[in-house]
Design a protein around this ligand. Sequence first.
Ligand SMILES: [Zn+2]
Length: 300
Amino acid sequence: MLTRRSLLKTALASSLTPLATRSMAMGDITLTTVSDGSLVLPTGFIFDPMPKDQLPALFEKYGLDAERLTPECNLALLQDGTNTVLFDVGSGPDFMPSAGAIVDSLDAIGLTPEDITHVVFTHAHPDHIWGLLDDFDDPLFYEAEYFMGRAEWDYWWNPETVNTIGEARAAFAVGAKRRMEVIEDSVNLFDDGDEILPGVAAIASFGHTPGHMAFEVRSGSSSALVLGDAIGNHHVAFAHPEWESGSDQDAAQAVATRQQLFDRAVSEQMQIIGFHLPDGGMGRVEVDPNGGYRFVGEAS
Ligand SMILES: [Zn+2]
């Protein structure tokens, strides 16, 4: 069972390390990934519901530790000369010691929080939204306009959610609501298919959370997918997208979502940015002739 205590216990074993920043130009748009650090998770968080007899081979193939996973946290940053758009805000100081590095990482590429004109949320999990507040509980990105999918907002805003989400995730609900209250009067809510900013369209990708949103970024004839956690790792999510993952709230719906996004990324040859994908989180998808898919990092 995943609890906040078990998350913290494993997190103490790691520390902040600077991670890769990746960048690509698409017409007038530049997409960059900016690191918020990494998470430390017990492997069971993802693998508990999966076929036990097939896991050892998978762990060996991907070089995974049997006890803990340390996924990167890579925020997508879109710059088009007018707007500087950050997708999610990272963990802030209160989730895990290994995460919450976004201000340092922005600084390393010459940006400060006030340079961010728009913040777009994929979903309201701690590693994506807890970085919203500064030390005075005001919005850290104080010049930004905020955007969240309507279904995601409604789910975490509902006072019943903390009682129905289950003990392991109750702190997620409390933490999300507290941050959403700060932007309640100004947040822009959107739905599937909405073009929320020039060149940025929302894609309903429910399952990981009830209202998770991915985004298509388009400039001219090129396009990229900002996946959030809809494809949450480079190993089992690619090798066996059909396996239900313990990290997804509605695991069956998340399977269908993953399959749709993979189909699209492959058929339209789109670049992808995944929040927890390795090497800066930017790359593309290949069909694996042995079944499933492969993540090909931008650096490869
Ligand atoms: Zn995440």
